[in-house]
Design a protein around this ligand. Structure first.
Ligand SMILES: [Zn+2]
Length: 211
């Protein structure tokens, strides 16, 4: 288990969720996480009667369920509508420097990065902010960067009904930067090219435009 954690190996393209992941409500989840997080803080020796700490278990629990891990719940998946490509724009569209905050599933510390996303319209277009929303949705899960990249790609292909998508994610993993090997200079780059982006020329154009 320790080896998997340090090597950051993902076991599956899908987030490994249990079948009963959403059998209990968000409210009950917050209550349960709050209780257990209080126990963790207590075990670490922290005084939960201190004014500054007493609200932390509830804040953390609410943040887990409603914010930073809200992308686990399919109910929070952004609803994406497509529009007709009226301007007949046929070239690639790139949304670059999308800020993402995700969390390493082996250490539960932040992954902070940028996503660059491109697609070529097959007759329909997507609202630009929806691309950001899709990135945020899949980021708000315990993740490994490879899976995050693939999930965003699959989500985008599904939304666009097209194979012509490209994604690059460049991210810093705090589990690498702030602990363990403590390398603050390295970042991790992952990519995904499908459809027309498997063509070298198209790929090169994408890469030159996100520089
Ligand atoms: Zn990690």
């Amino acid at each position: 288990m320790d080896v998997i954690g340090e090597e950051h190996i993902a076991t599956s393209v899908n987030t490994p969720l249990r079948w009963d992941a959403f059998e209990i409500s968000d409210e009950i989840k917050i209550e349960l996480i709050e209780k257990h997080f209080r126990d963790i803080m207590h075990i670490m020796g922290l005084d939960l009667n201190d004014d500054s700490l007493s609200g932390t278990p509830h804040r953390v629990a609410k943040m887990f369920v409603k914010e930073i891990f809200s992308g686990l719940n399919p109910a929070n998946k952004p609803d994406i509508k497509l529009f007709e490509n009226k301007y007949q724009y046929k070239e690639m569209l790139i949304e670059k420097n999308i800020t993402l905050y995700s969390y390493c599933e082996h250490h539960f510390v932040p992954i902070i990065g940028k996503a660059h996303i491109a697609y070529i319209s097959n007759g329909q277009v997507i609202g630009l902010s929806k691309i950001n929303r899709l990135v945020q949705y899949y980021s708000k899960r315990p993740q490994v960067q490879e899976r995050l990249t693939n999930q965003i790609a699959e989500g985008l292909k599904e939304a666009l009904q097209s194979e012509d998508v490209a994604i690059i994610i460049d991210a810093v993993h705090l589990c690498v930067a702030s602990r363990g090997i403590k390398d603050t200079n390295s970042s991790t780059v992952t990519s995904y090219y499908s459809g027309k982006f498997q063509d070298q020329k198209t790929q090169a154009e994408f890469l030159s435009l996100i520089k």
